[in-house]
Design a protein around this ligand. Structure first.
Ligand code: CO
Length: 208
């Protein structure tokens, strides 16, 4: 990738935006009011804005390896805090993807240094769903299912945050689990019923 091209592209992009709306950057700099928080994988093939058809100002975005929301991760917790409690987004989307290298690495037992504690969160997802996953003989299918279950568990981690618990009390906020299929380009809504998944356990996360 030619880095010089990036700056050439930048000039073209500015000209294009201004030709359609001379006040484009003036209004962009006046503030943001995105309605969506997107949490996705850092994978270069899974873009956020392009995938969502979003424009600047539309989506608050957080990306890391394997779209994780660990309870003690200051970065993702801060993003959720700001998006939910300050920007007051209406939707939180956790979007995973098939062929995710992070999920693949978590299924293997190689020592990956600093990635070990990060990937251990995915290994814990495997442990939580070991019965279902171990019953799948086809490795590819097992890998795909772990991608989906990881999205489900990260959505639950979003729901467990004090910010989301507080938001649930006074406004409508929806959490969605999606998966992007790199092989076809299709975006799939996993349509997870969190009320059912967290039935009889939700109380311990609820804040008074
Ligand atoms: Co990935």
């Amino acid at each position: 990738m030619d880095l010089k091209k990036i700056f050439e592209h930048n000039e073209q992009w500015i000209a294009e935006k201004l030709s359609k709306n001379p006040d484009y950057f003036k209004s962009l700099s006046s503030g943001q009011k995105p309605e969506v928080l997107y949490i996705g994988c850092s994978d270069s093939r899974v873009t956020a804005e392009e995938l969502l058809g979003a424009q600047p100002g539309d989506v608050f975005i957080h990306r890391n390896i394997a779209n994780m929301v660990p309870n003690t991760d200051l970065s993702s917790m801060s993003v959720i805090n700001y998006a939910v409690s300050h920007l007051k987004v209406k939707h939180v989307i956790v979007c995973g993807h098939y062929n995710c290298g992070g999920v693949k690495a978590a299924m293997q037992s190689s020592d990956l240094g600093i990635l070990n504690p990060w990937l251990r969160n995915i290994r814990d997802v495997y442990r939580l769903h070991a019965r279902e996953l171990n019953a799948i003989n086809d490795e590819e299918q097992k890998y795909n299912r772990l991608v989906e279950l990881n999205v489900q568990e990260q959505c639950m981690n979003v729901i467990k945050t004090p910010d989301v618990q507080r938001a649930y009390k006074d406004r409508k906020l929806q959490v969605h689990g999606w998966v992007f299929d790199i092989r076809t380009g299709m975006l799939k809504d996993l349509k997870i019923d969190f009320d059912q998944k967290m039935d009889k356990i939700m109380e311990i996360y609820r804040l008074d």
